[in-house]
Ligand binder design. Structure first.
Ligand code: CMP
Length: 134
């Protein structure tokens, strides 16, 4: 079983879409091993998104992701990292295929409903930041 991580972002939580997104994960065969709703401090968000720290959108990304509650979900499935990214769809909802999470629940490039780990190393790091510190 491969471990991966999904985070439901503030606009999707505020819109009440968390139930539909979690339902989609379960119906696609992902097992949930941990889940929590919380809000990021700027410091923790900076570490979570450290790979983007030199990007022009980093400041906006941190300000957005700390703007409201998020829901972190630890998931397990065979080939789960790749399959979760297929289910989530393209980063920009405008480019996402019909049926994907971002097509259905994303608004724009920043408010794109969810984040999904892109590698085993990212999954391990993101799971540790969200579930391993308190
Ligand atoms: P996520 O998968 O959470 O990883 C980093 C996030 O940065 C990404 O989703 C987008 O929501 C956000 N972002 C904002 N601007 C850009 C951009 N120009 N390119 C890529 N990601 C961006």
């Amino acid at each position: 079983m491969e471990k991966t991580f999904l985070m439901i972002k503030p606009e999707a939580v505020q819109a009440g879409n968390q139930g539909l997104i979690i339902d989609l994960l379960l119906r696609n065969g992902f097992a949930i091993s941990a889940m929590k709703q919380f809000s990021f401090t700027g410091e923790r968000a900076g570490r979570f998104y450290a790979m983007h720290k030199d990007k022009p959108f980093f400041k906006d990304l941190i300000s957005y992701i700390t703007s409201g509650d998020v829901i972190g979900i630890a998931l397990e499935k065979e080939d789960g990292i790749r399959l979760l990214r297929v289910l989530v769809g393209a980063t920009n909802p405008a480019d996402a295929d019909p049926g994907t999470v971002r097509y259905m629940y994303g608004t724009d490039l920043q408010r794109n409903a969810v984040h999904a780990s892109d590698s085993p190393e990212s999954a391990e790091k993101e799971l540790a930041i969200v579930f391993g510190e308190d």
